[in-house]
Design a binder for this molecule. Structure first.
Ligand code: MG
Length: 385
């Protein structure tokens, strides 16, 4: 029995993780649940899964949660520091990091220091501070198992292979809802259109990131750290059907791919159950009913975020941290109707040019770069209005 902590249990990945756990009650139990604000869902989950501990980040909502769970043998805490502290609980085996954005960094560091196995869905942690996280996980002999579908695919393709024989990896990209659109068309894209992803059902932040190709940009950086690759070994190909989840090409020219229906419960289940595979009742992919797979190169001219990510990938330092921070602000502003679709990459780029470059940042430098980038992005957005 693996005892699981879910950081961000009320989001899309958190809820799907609980779905996988509910289907396998003899393999997994829930030890800890955390959420930012979504009290109703958190309380419902706590009553159903009976974790030992529940933590609500937003301290103002603490009384609500405590009261609702008063009759249950569940400890209730509040605040970010409570989340970070809880990571050393001896009763936790595996931590699923499913929170959104930069907020995942500190608790993930604490979980690694406490020697917990990490199932990583919060890709921003590796984008922001990949060198630090990789170093800590080596020092603490902690395994980081990817939940991101592309990285789960690569991880599965690499199983049983010598990593030195990898020539390159090929990350597939759905292209999002606006693949093939011109600059003029992209300029007028609405929030509602951007929130409609053709294949995957995900939270709002990652759906916008998918539409701008920021998500794919973050994934190339995530891949560099997870698999110890050189930037030149990481390629992206647009595959709108989202059936091939990614591929690895080896030194003999052979290519391995991992395929399946686009359902996040598959990579979540793989990471939770690793190193074994467990049976499930999810729908199966059938080649004979499908038709055609297509592939094209990504459009980095109109989808600048992917080009910015390659720049951050090659230059390293604090650049990806700055890009992530700027992007969190610009996505929020777009969702609130303050800026246009094309403003997002344009502002991200300006912020990357303006924040001072640090070649070998420590944790303090990352926190400071993050803060500075957010301030700057907010300033640019204010000036636009
Ligand atoms: Mg992905």
């Amino acid at each position: 029995m693996k005892r699981i902590a879910i950081l961000g249990s009320t989001g899309s990945i958190g809820q799907q993780t609980l779905d996988v756990i509910a289907r396998n009650p003899d393999l997994f139990s829930v030890e800890l649940l955390t959420a930012n604000n979504n009290v109703d869902i958190l309380i419902g989950q706590a009553k159903r899964f009976q974790p030992n501990v529940v933590i609500i980040s937003n301290e103002e909502k603490y009384p609500l949660v405590r009261e609702a769970l008063a009759d249950y043998p569940i400890k209730v805490y509040a605040g970010h520091s409570a989340i970070a502290q809880s990571m050393s609980m001896a009763s936790i085996d595996t931590v699923v990091t499913a929170m959104v954005g930069f907020s995942g960094l500190i608790p993930t560091i604490q979980a690694i220091k406490a020697g917990k196995q990490i199932c990583l869905a919060n890709k921003e942690t590796l984008v922001v501070a990949g060198d630090l996280i990789t170093r800590l996980s080596l020092e603490n002999r902690v395994e980081i198992l990817p939940i991101d579908s592309e990285h789960s695919a690569i991880f599965q393709c690499l199983t049983g292979e010598d990593e030195a024989s990898v020539e390159k990896i090929i990350l597939t990209c759905s292209g999002g809802p606006f693949h093939g659109k011109s600059r003029e068309e992209l300029a007028g894209v609405t929030v509602r259109e951007a929130l409609k992803h053709p294949n995957w059902d995900m939270g709002a932040k990652i759906t916008i990131d998918s539409a701008t190709l920021m998500n794919k940009g973050f994934e190339i950086i995530e891949a560099k750290w997870l698999f110890g690759l050189q930037p030149s070994q990481i390629e992206v190909v647009v595959h709108p059907q989202s059936i091939i989840h990614s591929m690895v090409q080896f030194c003999d020219g052979s290519i391995k791919a991992q395929l399946g229906i686009p359902d996040m419960r598959m990579p979540i289940q793989f990471a939770l159950a690793y190193p074994i595979r467990i049976k499930n009742e999810l729908p199966r992919f059938r080649f004979s009913e499908f038709g055609t797979f297509t592939f094209t190169a990504p459009d980095t001219k109109n989808f600048r975020n992917l080009a910015l990510s390659y720049e951050a990938l090659y230059k390293g330092g604090n650049l990806a941290c700055v890009l992530n921070a700027a992007n969190e602000i610009t996505v929020k502003a777009f969702l609130e109707g303050q800026i246009s679709f094309l403003d997002m990459p344009a502002i991200n780029e300006k912020v990357m040019e303006s924040v001072g470059f640090i070649a070998s940042p420590d944790l303090e430098d990352y926190l400071e770069s993050d803060r500075e980038a957010r301030l700057l992005a907010n300033e640019i957005i204010r000036e636009k209005k």
